[in-house]
Structures are given as structure tokens and as C-alpha cells.
Write a protein that binds this ligand. Structure first.
Ligand SMILES: NC(=O)c1ccc[n+]([C@@H]2O[C@H](COP(=O)([O-])OP(=O)(O)OC[C@H]3O[C@@H](n4cnc5c(N)ncnc54)[C@H](O)[C@@H]3O)[C@@H](O)[C@H]2O)c1
Length: 480
């Protein structure tokens, strides 16, 4: 374990209710010219912080169109790692040239470079071997976008470093762990006028885009309520050495809240127009007891018992309720421990109907409007034939356009659709669907939920990272 990783873990040791993490921010924070002081301990955590002088909003930031998008990958990774998978998707779009790769473990960066060489006949520059090797990489003048697929504590230092060096940052989920760091992303994006795009692939799932398209076309009428989650039994992964388990399990003995909010929340925030016409206002959060990870460890004795001293505090199931400025409600859950099938719930209700996913179901108040039979009215889900008709009418144009090309890509193809869409925006110089405001507000739920749990489920305000822009912004449209 390297020194700064050890520092990070020491700095984030739980103090009292697990708030040590937030006081310390990340071990890397102070190094990049942005304060690492525990602002959130001095301020109302949910307060909207004033825009520092010299910054401009980025909600409609456009940039110079590019022939090819030159990308670099941080966390080049290993065959099962996220960096490798994102790099393959980027190459597959044919919109990019991969000019540099970096991984702390240099042999992994070399492996990533080899993949690029085989795919394109050109080898990217290779960086690695030290935790700060990426700092040299971002200084290069042949990079437009830096893709960040490293452990969570590195996301913000790397995204800030990339933007400060004039590059757009494409950062994996969650973009940040602390509210202070969410503000750092927003402030850096505004100061540098570079995009900070969180790579929330779940916004580009076929069902999510289907629901978005129906919502924008008024199928759900006035939107009132949504439900979403990240429910994924990851117990096995949390004890895997040399990959995600090595660092991700640490959060289970440091925090009790929603540790991974954005896969469920991102799509739902887009349906409701959060940051664009509506805004998160406050949340309350409740956790179940921690039981499952301890029980799994006891039963399986992973890695010969080296984890036996760890005391897990994160409740197996966390349930967070978010209220929005327009009065809507969102139920958001996190459970990576219980033995149960995968689900992001992905539900939306309004005056005109309700959608629930896993499996996809739709009930409509007035199916006849769409030429459907709807024999039992809104008390039953649509029959298969009616659902098929709705899909024919409302499958998102992006899916129709990229369906063939996305076959075989990660997570049922949505990883490719996401990558294509974001790169296309950078290539054309248009504003990506997801801005620093989305990265910040969706990610901020991690700390805010833990704070609510830590105070007996008291309401906690959610900052307005757009600083009022949400009131005049239009909800995300249906992009062809
Ligand atoms: N969107 C999705 O569906 C999805 C899926 C999996 C993972 N992720 C996210 O992707 C990120 C990476 O996950 P993973 O499973 O690949 O993790 P991993 O631990 O398997 O891989 C991370 C890589 O980053 C490297 N690394 C660590 N510190 C570094 C540094 N300072 N400089 C350069 N390289 C460094 C490691 O050596 C490793 O190769 C995480 O944020 C995770 O949450 C997202």
C-alpha cells in the first residue's frame, strides 16, 4: 500500500458518526490549488455557495469543433477494469485517437497501450509507476479529453488537474465523495471553461432513454414521483484483491449512507429535469443494520482472514427520500450486500401513468390515446403487444441510431451509447448532456445521505450547484 493511500485511509478514519471522511476531504485535495480545508464543517453543508469572482456558468458551454477527439485514459486498468472497457468503447466510436494512457501499475498502462496499438496501429504514450505520474500526462498538448477510471478518491484531484491543464474531464461515477469536492468540480469547470462530464452510463440504457422519451412527450402527464436504486450483490467483489474490492470495501467501514447514488439517480434526475427546471431541495435518509457483509466474511473467510478486524458500519440497505423544489419525491436505495437480483428500480409516476423496470412495465391512464387495447385500464401493466407498440413509438432516437454499433458493448450496450454521445458533443463543440452541475448534484447525495443517517435521519438540504440557473434551464431534450 503506497504512502498516500495509507494517508487517505488514515485521514478518513471514522470519527464519531463517520464524518471524518468529510472533514478530511481527500488526501490529495490541497495539492491542486484548491482548498482542502473542511469547509463543510464550518458551513451549512446544504448551503449554496456563492460563485467566486471570475467564474462563468458552464450550462451552455460550447467549444471549438474537432476533427478527432484526442483522449487519454487514467486508470488504464486491467482486462476486467473500467478504464480498459471505456477505452475499448472510445476506440469503437471511431471518433477518437488515444494519445496517452496511465496507470499506477505501469504494466497495466502498457497492456492498455498494447490494446490501442493492436486496434489502431499507433501506440499511445505510456505513464505510470507512481501515484502522481498522471500529472505529467495532463501537461501534454495532444489531449482534448482525459477519461478518469481510477478509485473514487482520485476522481476529483485528477478531474481538477485535467481541467486546470485545459482538458475536458470525463470522470467515472461517483464523480466525488464529499460535498466540498463536488463544489471543486463545479468551480474548476466554471473557472477553466472546460467540461466536467460524469460517465453515468445508466442514463443511456435502452429503458432509461425510452422513459425519458415518453416523459418528454407527455405520456406520464405531470411528473410527481420517481424511484431508483443501486441494488447489486457485490459481496464477492468487495474482497477481490488487486481490483475494485481493494479500495471500495474501505467505504463500508467508514460511512453509513448511500455509497453509490448516481446509477439510479442520474436517469431519474434527467426525467424530472433536475438542474433544468427543477432542483433537489432536501433529503432524509435511513439505513438498515449492517449484517450481510459481516456474515459473508464469517462464512467465507475471504483471503485467509486478513479482513477479520474490519468493522463494517454501512447499513445493508440505505433508503433516501429526496424532495425537489417543485415538490416531487424521489426514493433512492443502495444495497450491494443482500442476496437478491440486480435492480436500479427505475420507476417514474405522473398523472398519466407509471413505469417500473426489472422487468419493464408500464401502466397508462389513457392507453387508447396511443391506440392501445388496455383491457383492464390503469390497474394492470400493459400487455406485451401494447408495450411493443409503445416501444415502437417511443424508443429513443439515439438507441435507433446506435443500436447496431452498440451490440456487444458493456452493460447491454449502454456504455457505448454513452461514450459515443459524449464524444460526439466534444467533437461537434456542443454542450454534453451532462455537465459539472449534474456530476456534483448527483454525487453529493453520498455525503448528504450519510449526514442524515448520522443525525437520526434529520432532513439535510441539498446545495443548488447551478446557483439558480435551474430556474431558467430547459429539461434535457430528445436528441436525435
Ligand atoms: N459506470 C460503471 O458501470 C462502472 C463500472 C465499474 C467501475 N466503475 C467506476 O470506475 C472506476 C474504476 O473502477 P475499477 O473497477 O476499474 O477499479 P480497479 O481498482 O479495478 O481499477 C482502477 C485502476 O486505477 C489504477 N490507479 C489507482 N490509483 C491510480 C493513480 N493514482 N494513477 C493512475 N492509476 C491509478 C489502478 O492501478 C487500477 O488499475 C471507479 O470509480 C468505479 O466506481 C464504473
Amino acid at each position: 500500500m503506497s504512502t498516500s493511500r495509507r494517508d487517505f485511509l488514515r485521514n478518513t478514519a471514522i470519527a464519531g458518526l463517520g464524518m471524518g471522511l468529510f472533514g478530511a476531504a481527500s488526501a490529495q485535495a490541497g495539492k491542486y490549488g484548491v482548498s482542502s480545508s473542511a469547509q463543510s464543517d464550518k458551513l451549512d453543508i446544504g448551503a449554496t455557495r456563492p460563485r467566486p469572482a471570475g467564474q462563468k456558468p458552464v450550462h451552455d458551454l460550447t467549444t471549438k469543433p474537432l476533427e478527432k477527439v484526442r483522449v487519454a485514459i487514467l486508470g488504464g486498468g486491467h482486462p476486467g477494469g473500467r478504464g480498459t472497457s471505456l477505452m475499448r468503447d472510445a476506440l469503437h466510436t471511431k471518433l477518437v485517437e488515444v494519445t496517452a494512457v496511465c496507470d499506477l501499475r505501469k504494466e497495466r498502462a502498457e497492456m492498455a497501450a498494447d490494446i490501442v496499438m493492436k486496434a489502431t496501429g499507433k501506440s499511445p504514450a505510456v505513464y505510470g509507476g507512481a501515484e502522481d505520474s498522471w500529472e505529467e500526462l495532463v501537461k501534454r498538448d495532444d489531449i482534448d479529453v482525459v477519461i478518469i477510471a481510477t478509485p473514487w478518491e482520485w476522481h476529483v484531484p485528477m478531474a481538477v488537474g485535467a481541467m486546470e491543464a485545459g482538458k475536458h474531464a470525463f470522470v467515472e461515477v461517483s464523480a466525488a465523495v464529499t460535498v466540498d469536492d463536488c463544489w471543486r468540480l463545479v468551480d474548476t469547470s466554471e473557472r477553466t471553461q472546460r467540461h466536467c462530464v460524469m460517465l453515468e452510463n445508466c442514463c443511456y440504457g435502452e429503458n432509461e432513454l425510452f422513459v425519458l422519451n415518453m416523459a418528454r412527450n407527455g405520456v406520464f402527464g405531470e411528473l410527481t414521483h420517481a424511484e431508483c436504486a443501486y441494488i447489486h450483490d457485490l459481496r464477492w467483489m468487495l474482497y477481490q484483491l488487486g481490483t475494485e474490492g481493494d479500495w471500495r470495501r474501505a467505504y463500508h467501514h467508514r460511512l453509513d449512507g448511500n455509497l453509490y447514488p448516481t446509477h439510479g439517480l442520474g436517469p431519474v434526475a434527467q426525467y424530472l429535469g433536475v438542474n433544468r427546471g427543477d432542483q433537489f431541495k432536501f433529503l432524509v435518509s435511513v439505513s438498515s443494520p449492517e449484517a450481510g457483509l459481516s456474515a459473508y466474511r464469517k462464512k467465507n473467510n475471504p483471503n485467509g482472514g486478513i479482513h477479520n478486524e474490519e468493522k463494517y458500519i454501512c447499513g445493508d440497505m440505505n433508503t433516501t427520500i429526496i424532495k425537489t423544489e417543485l415538490g416531487r419525491s424521489i426514493m433512492l436505495q443502495h444495497d450491494v450486500i443482500s442476496p437478491r437480483p440486480y435492480s436500479r428500480i427505475n420507476a417514474l409516476s405522473g398523472t398519466g401513468g407509471t413505469f417500473f423496470d426489472y422487468p419493464a412495465r408500464l401502466a397508462l391512464d389513457d392507453g387508447k390515446k396511443y391506440g392501445l387495447a388496455v383491457p383492464h385500464g390503469s390497474h394492470s401493466w400493459l400487455e406485451d403487444a401494447d408495450m411493443k407498440k409503445m416501444r415502437e413509438m417511443f424508443t429513443h432516437p439515439l438507441i435507433n441510431r446506435l443500436k447496431e454499433a452498440s451490440k456487444g458493448a458493456g452493460h447491454g450496450g449502454m456504455d457505448f451509447v454513452m461514450m459515443y454521445r459524449h464524444l460526439e458533443c466534444i467533437k461537434n463543440g456542443t454542450t454534453p448532456d451532462s455537465t459539472a452541475y449534474d456530476a456534483a448534484s448527483w454525487s453529493s447525495i453520498l455525503e448528504l445521505s450519510a449526514r442524515s443517517v448520522g443525525t437520526g435521519s434529520c432532513p439535510v438540504n441539498i446545495p443548488d450547484f447551478t446557483r439558480g440557473l435551474w430556474k431558467t434551464m430547459q429539461p434535457l431534450g430528445i436528441i436525435a
